[in-house]
Design a protein around this ligand. Structure first.
Ligand SMILES: Nc1ncnc2c1ncn2[C@@H]1O[C@H](COP(=O)(O)OP(=O)(O)O)[C@@H](O)[C@H]1O
Ligand SMILES: [Mg+2]
Length: 290
């Protein structure tokens, strides 16, 4: 199975929301990481055929997806970033409704809805109205609707936004569980969502794909640029002015700054192991305020 993106662009007025992206995706989870406005949703909408590219193509096993019509939609599951939920539908009714939109025949829909309610752990909420669900439960219903047709390609856009930490972990475990034999694309700006489950991380910046690597390789590339620096309270502003400062730890033994810098930021600085949060700061240039 191969999803291939060839020099894909989407232009809105004078804004290149997606700018010449090329990538090949096979089975596994791909994490799209990027600041707000970097083009993740626009790219995913094109992959879901909800929006047409300005230029470039997307092929699935060699065929242009815009020419595959229903044959592509049959293998696609999509959870948009903003999904209009049907507040007065019960969970079960909503899933049957989406199943009918997807052209799934009634007997099959019944079996599939029951199965999915188990998978997303919402069986005992099946009679509850959508408007009464927590954010995490709604997202799990969202995943269930995307999985109704047992898609080979699953696209989920910022599925963990607004979830509490516990719900986020549950959602991540769920994705890892269903990722076998599928191409899963997940966008997020929360690094820990994809740190452990992504086969590759794709970093978007200003509409461009600037990195596509395994988490391990990505971290390897920025080894030796993360420093721990003991500092006095009064020194913090000047460090923040000159360097990208991440975490500021205030411990009983004193303050420790986490600094991302190619050069050693101070004589007393020591290198510490890199994590994906550091990588995010490194690529997105967003120092964290005090
Ligand atoms: N329908 C649209 N019309 C005009 N500009 C858009 C539209 N959709 C997205 N954009 C712009 O394209 C850029 C990328 O947006 P988006 O794909 O939503 O980024 P992300 O999902 O990474 O936050 C942003 O600058 C956004 O304002
Ligand atoms: Mg988005």
């Amino acid at each position: 199975m191969k999803l291939k993106i060839n020099n894909l662009s989407k232009v809105f007025g004078d804004k290149r929301a997606v700018d010449g992206v090329s990538a090949e995706l096979t089975n596994g989870v791909y994490g799209f990481l990027g600041a707000n406005g970097s083009g993740k949703t626009t790219l995913m909408r094109m992959l879901a055929t909800v929006s047409r590219p300005t230029s470039g193509t997307i092929t699935f096993n060699g065929e242009d997806i815009t020419k595959m019509g229903d044959r592509y939609r049959d293998v696609l599951g999509y959870l948009p970033q903003h999904i209009g939920y049907y507040r007065n539908f019960t969970v079960e009714k909503f899933l049957y409704y989406i199943a009918s939109l997807k052209g799934i025949e009634k007997n099959e829909a019944q079996q599939r809805v029951a199965e999915l309610l188990e998978i997303v752990n919402l069986h005992d909420k099946r009679k509850v109205k959508m408007g009464k669900l927590s954010g995490g439960m709604k997202q799990r219903v969202g995943i269930a609707q995307a999985l109704l047709n047992d898609p080979k390609i699953l696209i989920v856009d910022e599925p963990t936004a607004g979830l509490d930490p516990k719900e986020r972990i549950r959602f991540r475990n769920l994705l890892a569980k269903i990722a076998n034999d599928r191409i899963v694309l997940l966008s997020t700006h929360i690094v820990s969502d994809i740190e452990y489950i992504a086969k590759e991380i794709l970093i978007m910046k200003n509409g461009q794909l600037i990195k596509k690597e395994t988490p391990r390789n990505l971290l390897g590339q920025i080894q030796n640029i993360v420093w721990s620096v003991p500092a006095e309270e009064a020194e913090i502003p000047s460090f923040q002015e000159s360097f990208k400062v991440g975490n500021i730890a205030r411990k009983p033994e004193g303050i420790e700054l986490r600094i991302i810098s190619e050069e050693k930021p101070a004589d007393v600085a020591v290198n510490v192991p890199v994590n994906l949060e550091d990588l995010y700061l490194y690529y997105f240039d967003e120092g964290v305020g005090a």
